[in-house]
Design a protein around this ligand. Structure first.
Ligand code: SF4
Length: 471
């Protein structure tokens, strides 16, 4: 089925509504304030930049103080139960803020709003929430907010389905040096533990010309570090029917003139190809970093997760990647305690990380998501046993990360100086090409520049360095 795309007239209509709201806001005694609170992944961060873009067009300034905000938008994440409980707790507490500021508008959006039963729960138990919309309705946020402002009661818009691509939504980015650029939305993989395909719909690719125009604009505005985003970037282009794919797109992005780095995430191992690795090795603008989630090192559990690769297949992929790019920094996601996983099976995960020696891991204890196949599977381990396995994994990875970081000491890397840190002894932060964090001291006007930095010390999580003189 062809990917649905919204017409430019539909976005123009939203922009016209922004202008109407801005007119009303300009007549208020002081500029109204908005707060956008974001949970979850980079895709949600990118969505929040669009929400802020619309709010800015509507004449709002921004605050971090809930008590002062005229509009609060909570952009939620459905991936883990713990984060979900935190969202609901925080939204519940807003009842007190709203009591003190009765005109305050509270909106909920993001993946949680696409979950079965969630809209009913908000409708019945969170009556101070004025507006609810799912990720597929984000493009019409101005229209929905206007309906709330003009007091037509509470507004719920959760169309679900596969979603459409909306180009031209304004973006208010958090900074000028780094940017997220979504290249596709949704996922077709249906890993058995994951809610994303249900709440974000099927894979939909943006047109290459729209992505390239955005990258050109960002680089011209001084952006030096661009991350291409998608739930599974290696599927890019399949729905376009034009014979384009992700390695092709990467080459086009790298052809944009200027000094900048390109990163991307996330890559599913089953779709990571030699062509991708060859382009990464060839193009100097692509960071030597790959986030390649393996989730588990046991083949029975991998099959139950519906990951469609084996541990041996993953190891072979890493071997080929390292043959193309020997200095690749490799990171991954791991789930401990998938339903039915025994401790003996978990130990295959330990063996895999010892063999690969990842630079860093994002480790999670399995969290059941209602509506996914895995949520119906029985457990064999207790919560305490899962926690003990989780700790073994964390300890093993910390030892590996520490050893790898010690190997950086004495070496010099080209780094992007990307910010001012909190530590007065190391007032600057920088990133190596592969995204490792470096603390160093130097003049603040270097922020935004690429400089050579020699690593002088290292901990498990960070590097410390010294600026080299420019020759
Ligand atoms: S690839 Fe799997 S884990 Fe990743 S978003 Fe898709 S279904 Fe979820």
């Amino acid at each position: 089925m062809a990917t649905a795309r919204l017409t430019s007239e539909e976005i123009d209509r939203q922009m016209a509504i922004c202008a109407q709201i801005a007119e009303g806001n300009a007549a208020r005694p002081s500029q109204p304030l908005a707060l956008v609170d974001t949970y979850g992944c980079q895709q949600n961060e990118a969505d929040s930049e669009r929400l802020r873009g619309y709010l800015r067009e509507m004449g709002y300034a921004f605050t971090q103080d809930e008590a002062l905000a005229d509009v609060i938008v909570v952009n939620t994440c459905a991936v883990r139960g713990h984060a979900e409980d935190r969202v609901l707790g925080n939204v519940g507490a807003l009842v007190h803020t709203k009591r003190k500021k009765p005109g305050q508008i509270i909106a909920l959006c993001g993946c949680m709003m696409g979950e079965p039963g969630m809209v009913e729960k908000i409708r019945d138990s969170y009556r101070h929430v004025d507006l609810v919309f799912d990720p597929h309705a984000l493009w019409k946020f101005p229209e929905l907010l206007q309906r709330v402002i003009t007091r037509r009661g509470r507004v719920f818009d959760t169309p679900g389905g596969d979603g459409a691509i909306a180009e031209g939504v304004p973006v208010a980015r958090q900074g000028t040096l780094k940017a997220w650029v979504s290249v596709m939305y949704g996922c077709n993989n249906f890993c058995s533990y994951c809610i994303v395909p249900y709440v974000r719909g099927r894979e939909r690719s943006r047109r290459p010309e729209d992505i390239l125009a955005e990258v050109k604009e960002l680089v011209a505005a001084g952006c030096r570090d661009i991350t291409l985003l998608g739930q599974n970037v290696n599927s890019y282009g399949k729905d376009l029917g034009e014979g384009v794919d992700f390695p092709w797109l990467l080459e086009r992005v790298c052809a944009v003139e200027g000094e900048f780095l390109v990163r991307f995430m996330t890559s599913h191992p089953k779709d990571a190809s030699d062509r991708l690795f060859q382009v990464m090795a060839r193009e100097p603008k692509i960071a030597h970093h790959l986030h390649l989630p393996f989730q588990c090192g046991n083949d029975r559990v991998l099959a139950a997760m519906n990951r469609r690769y084996t541990a041996a297949g993953y190891l072979e992929l890493v071997r080929r990647l390292r043959a193309y790019i020997p200095d690749i920094v490799l990171t991954s996601d791991v789930i401990v305690g998938f339903p039915g996983e025994t401790t003996a099976e978990f130990e295959d995960t330990l063996r895999l990380i010892e063999e690969v020696r990842f630079d860093a891991l994002f480790t999670f204890i399995y969290s059941p998501r209602e509506g996914t196949p895995a949520a119906k599977l029985p457990d064999v381990l207790t919560a305490e046993e899962k926690q003990a396995n989780f700790q073994r994994l964390v300890d093993a990875q910390n030892a590996i990360s520490h050893a790898i970081h010690q190997g950086y000491i004495g070496r010099t890397f080209r780094c992007l100086i990307d910010g001012v840190g909190k530590d007065s002894r190391n007032n600057l932060t920088a990133r190596t090409n592969s995204g490792r964090l470096v603390h160093l001291s130097g003049p603040e006007d270097l922020v935004g520049q690429f400089r050579d930095v020699t690593i002088t010390d290292a901990t498990t999580w960070a590097l410390f360095g010294r600026l080299e003189e420019e020759g």
